[in-house]
Design a protein around this ligand. Structure first.
Ligand code: HXC
Length: 285
């Protein structure tokens, strides 16, 4: 759906780009001419991804880096500058999450999610933004959030709090840093099953099926669908979109929000009965 050279010569850094959603975004960007940099905690996973990108003719580089560590972030950005040149686009995709009754969480468990998702995203954005501002280069930041950033969600409270914070950063910096030519956008994906989400969010049999039944379109998302959206949003074609979050969830969160949405379980016969009842004249005393 895109021109082959849409992202030609753009240097794009994707956090958590070794696996899952981040990896599919990185692959798509690379296939459209971008030079790819990926970081994450597991060196073997990053190396495997970059070997694969290079086999497909993509210029790519990797470095092991924990987004919770600002010093490592700074060193990693220096490294990528040498390897592929100044970064044009930052995709904050690295995240951590698991389902748990909130009263069972330890402070360390809360910190572990907030540190990766909220602090990690802000540290990355801050270090990148300072460099863009100093060098008078514009840039684009794409953050991966979730629809429960604005609805909240039971059983993933640290993740909901962190993603809400990230969305607030997107909307705040979209205004504050626009004068430096820095654009902020976000994607709120619903269910895009990956090995990590299966392990941490749908670990028991039946959990994924139950989630499927909540999605009006009746299926989960395909990684290519999110990669296409991520491509459009960071490209020049979307250069007037700033501070916006685009939901890609098959209608899932709106179904939960609509007061009468649960009526989709009713049969045709029940709808006929409802029509009969409501057509009867209301008697007032
Ligand atoms: C209760 C748990 C737990 C669980 C970990 N902890 N898993 N508590 N239930 N299932 C607790 C630990 O006991 C520990 O606390 C604390 O959390 C930190 O655990 P560590 O394993 O030491 O942390 P760390 O190595 O930093 O790992 C972070 C992680 C891990 C989030 C726990 O799962 C991870 O790295 N995940 C990355 C991949 C991932 O989660 N991807 C899915 C993202 S999906 P104590 O007190 O015992 O020391 C996403 C999008 C949401 O974010 C939208 C979905 C639709």
């Amino acid at each position: 759906m895109f021109r082959n050279d849409l992202l030609k010569d753009k240097a794009i850094l994707i956090t958590g780009g070794g696996t899952g959603i981040g990896n599919s975004i990185a692959r798509k960007y690379g296939s459209l001419g971008a030079k790819i940099a990926i970081l994450g905690r597991r060196e073997d996973v990053l190396k495997e991804a970059v070997d694969d990108f290079r086999k497909n003719g993509i210029t790519a580089s990797y470095r092991s880096c924990d987004v919770r560590n600002p010093e490592q972030i700074s060193q990693t950005l220096d490294f990528f500058q040498e390897e592929i040149g100044p970064i044009d686009v930052l995709v904050n995709n690295a995240a951590g999450n698991f389902v748990s009754p909130t009263e069972k969480l330890s402070p360390h468990a809360v910190d572990s999610i907030l540190n990766i998702v909220l602090h990690g995203t802000i540290y990355m954005t801050l270090e990148m933004g300072k460099r863009w501002i100093k060098s008078r280069r514009g840039g684009v930041v794409l953050d991966i959030v979730t629809p429960y950033a604005w609805t909240g969600s039971a059983y993933v409270v640290p993740s909901a709090a962190a993603k809400a914070g990230v969305l607030a950063v997107v909307r705040s910096l979209a205004v504050e840093w626009a004068k430096y030519g820095i654009r902020h956008v976000a994607i709120a994906p619903g269910a895009f099953p990956t090995p990590a989400t299966r392990k941490n969010l749908f670990p028991l049999e039946g959990m994924e099926q139950a989630m499927l039944e909540r999605i009006p379109l009746g299926r989960t998302g395909k990684l290519d669908e999110i990669a296409n959206l991520a491509t459009y949003l960071v490209s020049e074609e979307a250069s007037f979109i700033n501070g916006e979050v685009v939901t890609i969830d098959g209608g899932e969160w709106l179904r939960g929000a609509g007061e009468f949405s649960g009526l989709s379980v009713l049969s045709d016969e029940q709808w006929d009965m409802i029509k009969e009842i409501s057509k009867k004249k209301t008697t007032t005393k």
